[in-house]
Design a protein around this ligand. Sequence first.
Ligand code: UT7
Length: 329
Amino acid sequence: MLASFKSIGAYVPEKILSNEDLEKMVDTSDEWIQKRTGIRERRIAEDEITSDMGVKAGEIAISRAGLRKDEIDAVICATISPDYFCMPSTANMISHKLGLNPVTSFDISAACTGFIYALNMAKSFVQSGTFKNVLIIGAEKLSSIVDYEDRTTCILFGDGAGAAVIGRTEMQQEAIIDVHTGADANYSDYLITPGGGSAEPTSLETIKNRRHFMKMQGNATFKVAVKTLTKDVIEILEKNGIDSNEIDHFVPHQANYRIIKAVGDALKMPKEKVALTVGKYGNTSSASIPMAINDLYESGKLKRGELMLLDAFGGGLTWGSALVPFGGE
Ligand code: UT7
């Protein structure tokens, strides 16, 4: 059995938080943010929670796959900003709100690499015959875990969701070619939400010390990201005997324009083949890759059979890459 990337959908909340807005909140400037990250603005969910955004993206992906809702037999949601801490899972909430049958649904936690991890699992489920059509979602309300008093992180992140249906195909040219995933907790403190878990259960002290917010050693993370991603994308191409000029769309995780450029340059990828949404959405963690694929699709640039190279890097530290022909209409 072969697995194919059948469709894409995404949702972004309406409210825009611009660099100029952030200038009024912390000691920063539009110039600094654009120069160091490429970000101009990001979206913020107000009344909506993570599952609401996941539902909207999921609905679009199911309909573009030409499926009825009762044909989806599993939902995997990648998120680090779930509706509820521990349980129920955001995927449970999404499948309930979508009105799906009582299907298998669960979350995975692999930070910004979450969508690639979910893709890997969905591919295996479909190839093994366990499930026929798996809805994978990256959904984040990062504004709920961002410290808007910390200028080193609050300028980076935004909210949004993206979704895809992974289903069966008999056509080799439409099948997902390969997915790589990896992790190394030697760098676990580079990107961490220290408070609220079993390591530091929530207390007045953890809240007072703002331990429930995301913390990042940005510069150290940046260096490991460029090194790891460059190695990983070169490896996945070599392993599958594919030259970088055979890639139609390079769709990297949208954390920082400088990381995207460094990896794209290492692959000698022409600018027009590199998906770039970080300027308008910032870093939306697990949602960033499907949101970027959706942008390509909606602008008419992504056609059936075209080959995408995905890559991502995030807290954990985790990383991953994938070679995925687009199997949708
Ligand atoms: O998605 C998950 C993976 N995440 C990433 O891959 C993110 C990786 N890291 C980055 O994207 C970059 O490291 C940042 C954008 C976070 C930071 O850029 P940088 O070029 O690495 O800056 P830096 O941390 O080395 O800081 C340079 C200076 C510091 O001041 P001093 O010590 O040189 O005086 C910072 O205090 O910039 C200062 N700074 C700021 N200045 C204005 C830090 N944040 C800001 C800010 N506005 N928002």
